[in-house]
Design a protein around this ligand. Structure first.
Ligand SMILES: [Ca+2]
Ligand SMILES: [Ca+2]
Length: 475
């Protein structure tokens, strides 16, 4: 801002000075009588008087004051470089046989602020920050990303290895869909394994947590022409509270998330360009409330009064409540293993991922009147296939300078299959969904999405149908 102001003042000063000179030249008659030096007689070399100079300085100060006022009153000021972004969703949801009415909604309204706290011009070892707030379905906004990052290795050379560390609240480096934000997803609803409501789903994998994330990569393939960089090996490690976003830790253990991704070192024409294979591991402990059970069942009995002749006359019913063991809290270990493959080669794109999980649990065993520890095993998977028709996805097109109203329509049809079996040892509980849909991008940050979703639960004979229509837009 200071630079801009200084440039404006300098520019206006120079313009005024030359104008003043020109005016002096036009209005001052050539000195004829008192001229001693013929050079001074040349009108182009007439010296400005002190009054002229004072006038010009006054004009410059006026302009300086004018721009200062204009900038102060119309341009917000920040102390550090800042990029503001927003994502808003406006949706209509139709769900067959839903108890609540089908509805218009604002499922997401989020604001993000990102930028640099310190810019290293020599080596690109920048200090970055990220702060975001989002409101889900009209709830009070809560912090999303809130972190500070540092690039440990130089980023000046794209073909060199990279290493960075982020401290604060951020996404866990696990899998594909859990890490992607709403604007990166082809389908509107998240996969079933991230949206289920049982305590044994995987939804926490896509939520944010507070801790440290270290990311690095080695041996990148770089295509400068397309701004393309695919490291042979990319590694991420996260160390978190494990209690979710905006929450203090509630136990003494921390959650670990590790991820490795591999991409073949191939050039532009190779069909394997855009392919990546990833493996993830997440390990944490959490408190799991276990409902207690009855040690002595409830019972009732009658007490009678008896007359001298032995006849029962009066009676009172007494009830004795069951004696229950107190609910217990288990420090439960859980481990999630993920494997994923992605092939992003516009116009053809394909992603697939699978997660297998073990979760310590316990239940009340009535015959033995005690808690029995058990381990629940779950499995979930998701496969998405999507096509991109249009220039929007070509980096070489996006990077060209265009008029503001230029933006090509881009069509993105997709098909996603996903499902979860929350307990491999129990029958009747798997859920599956088939979701075809289409996204129409008609401005740089705006898309219209139309999804149909066929949903089936193993224990319900009929399938359930959903239709979602949504505008997603932002800046
Ligand atoms: Ca913890
Ligand atoms: Ca099952």
């Amino acid at each position: 801002m200071k630079n801009l102001k200084a440039r404006l003042v300098l520019f206006s000063g120079l313009a005024l000075a030359s104008l003043a000179r020109a005016q002096v030249a036009e209005t001052t008659p050539p000195p004829v009588e008192n001229s001693v030096d013929p050079a001074v007689a040349d009108t182009n070399k007439t010296p400005v008087t002190r009054e002229d100079l004072t006038g010009v300085i006054g004009q410059v100060l006026n302009i300086d004051d004018y721009y200062n006022r204009a900038l102060t009153f119309t341009v917000p000021a920040v102390n550090r470089p800042l990029t503001i972004g927003a994502t808003i969703q406006t949706r209509y949801t139709y769900i067959q046989d839903q108890p609540s009415p089908n509805t218009f909604s604002i499922p997401l309204a989020s604001l993000t602020f990102t930028g640099l706290l310190y810019k290293d011009f020599q080596e690109g070892k920048n200090l970055t920050y990220s702060l975001g707030f989002s409101s889900v379905n009209g709830a009070a906004p809560t912090p999303t990303d809130a972190n500070i990052g540092y690039t440990i290795l130089s980023t000046a050379d794209l073909s060199a290895p990279s290493l960075s560390v982020t401290l604060g609240q951020s996404k866990k480096p696990f899998g594909l869909e859990p890490q992607s934000t709403d604007e990166q997803q082809p389908a509107i609803p998240s996969s079933l394994y991230l949206t289920g409501t049982t305590p044994f789903n995987f939804s926490d994998l896509s939520s944010r947590d507070i801790g440290i994330v270290v990311k690095g990569d080695l041996l990148p393939t770089v295509d400068f022409g397309y701004n393309f960089r695919a490291p042979l090996i990319a590694l991420s490690a996260g160390f978190f509270n494990g209690s979710g976003a905006n929450a203090l830790d509630n136990n003494k253990d921390k959650e670990w998330t590790l991820r490795a991704q591999f991409a073949p070192p191939v050039d532009y024409y190779n069909l394997l360009r855009g392919l990546a294979l990833g493996v993830s591991l997440d390990k944490s402990e959490r408190f799991l409330p276990i409902p207690g059970g009855a040690t002595t069942p409830a019972k009732s009995f009658w007490i009678y009064k008896t007359t001298n002749s032995g006849v029962k006359t009066d009676s009172v019913k007494y009830a004795v409540a069951a004696v229950n063991a107190n609910p217990d809290t288990l420090q439960a270990d859980r481990t999630r293993y993920g494997i994923d493959v992605s092939y992003i080669r516009t116009p053809v794109n394909f992603t697939a991922e699978a997660v297998y999980a073990t979760q310590d649990s316990a239940y009340w065993d009535a015959p033995t009147k005690g808690f029995v520890e058990t381990q629940r095993r779950s499995y979930a998977g998701s496969v998405a296939f999507f096509l991109n028709f249009g220039e929007q996805y070509l980096k070489q097109t996006r990077n060209q300078s265009r008029p503001d109203d230029w933006w090509p329509l881009t069509w993105q049809p997709f098909l996603r299959l996903d499902g979860i079996d929350p307990n491999l040892d129990v029958n009747g509980d798997w859920q599956a969904a088939i979701t075809p849909g289409i996204n129409l991008f008609f401005a740089r940050t705006t898309k219209f999405q139309l999804d149909y979703s066929w949903r089936k639960s193993e224990n319900k004979p009929a399938a359930n149908h959903q239709v979602l229509a949504q505008f997603q837009y932002g800046f």
